[in-house]
Design a protein around this ligand. Structure first.
Ligand code: SF4
Ligand code: ZN
Length: 301
């Protein structure tokens, strides 16, 4: 197998075969093209990138770090320690801290346990089980809340995440089938703020495949954290099997789905405008936000 660019021996093949250096160049060029096309970064931006320690978020942080001198923006990393025993290990924080130190990026960390005011010995998974919500749904709700709150209070004007074409395709089908259209409408490379207290989101890896992110961190010698992936999400469900089946027939399937999503316009339900939670003041479409409701239900302060 030969690299399509330089004809040397290829190391990877997703849609096209590439050698190591041509793959890195091609990957970075595609991300830059998306950033320019959707004007994701402006001079003077203050961007906070959410990093779990996995291949996707570290690829995102790496590429943004390399673009600081070109686009002239400030970059910092936030890691949210979820405290769920099966989703994190003690090395994750150190891996991300070293990554940031080597690249001169400010590093911040928030822990669910601190926010919820629970003891270090508590396994957050057991705490989440006390609610009727699925664990990942509660975890996702808290992560979104803390990420937005932290970014705003620390003066960032954009939040970057490592969501890639695989996440977005699966997310699209799941939400389409449950007719959750306003969520789909938000999933674009750029989601502008919909409330003065909500920070805009950018997704620079929108058109990158999960396996490409893995190859990128490997070729760039970036250490990823052990349990940094969402372990419950890793359990393959029917959507994964279905998407894999289509993928085998059409390797460009996910890319075509996400490229289509970039242009699709969905009318969202504006009947429930955002207001401020009467307990914490964060934006919500209810009187009391879902995080305060969750805390009340568990009698947490
Ligand atoms: Fe949270 Fe991911 Fe673990 Fe689910 S799998 S509990 S979303 S960290
Ligand atoms: Zn609240």
């Amino acid at each position: 197998m030969r690299c399509v660019a330089c004809k040397k021996e290829a190391k990877v093949k997703f849609i096209y075969a590439f050698c190591e250096s041509c793959f890195i160049r091609h990957y970075e060029k595609r991300v830059r093209k998306l950033i320019n096309k959707f004007k994701l970064i402006q001079r003077g931006d203050k961007i906070l990138v959410a990093v779990s320690g996995g291949k996707d978020s570290l690829s995102c942080a790496e590429i943004l770090a390399s673009l600081r001198s070109i686009y002239k923006f400030k970059l910092a990393v936030l890691h949210i320690d979820v405290g769920v025993s099966t989703c994190t290990d003690f090395r994750t924080e150190e891996v991300i801290r070293s990554f940031c130190k080597e690249r001169d990026i400010d590093f911040y960390i928030i822990r669910f346990k601190d926010f919820l005011g629970v003891d270090e010995s508590v396994d957050i998974k057991e705490l989440f089980k006390k609610t009727r919500r699925p664990i990942c749904s509660t975890c996702g709700m808290l992560k979104r809340y803390l990420l937005n709150k932290f970014a705003r209070e620390a003066g960032f004007n954009k939040i970057a995440t490592g969501h890639c074409a695989d996440d977005i395709t699966k997310f699209f089908f799941k939400n389409w089938f449950s007719q959750n259209f306003d969520w789909i409408a938000k999933f674009k490379p750029f989601t502008p703020s919909s409330h003065p207290k909500i920070i805009s989101r950018i997704r620079p890896l929108f058109e990158c495949l999960e396996m490409e992110n893995l190859a990128y961190v490997k070729f760039k010698n970036i250490t990823i954290a052990g349990y940094s992936q969402c372990s419950y999400f890793l359990k393959k469900d029917k959507w994964d099997r279905l998407l894999k089946f289509i993928d085998e027939k059409r390797p460009d399937f996910k890319l075509n789905i996400v490229r289509g999503l970039e242009y699709i316009k969905i009318e969202v339900d504006k009947d429930r405008p955002l207001r401020e939670c009467e307990i914490c003041g964060e934006p919500t479409d209810r009187q009391v936000c879902s995080v305060c409701t969750f805390k009340e239900r568990l009698s947490l302060k």
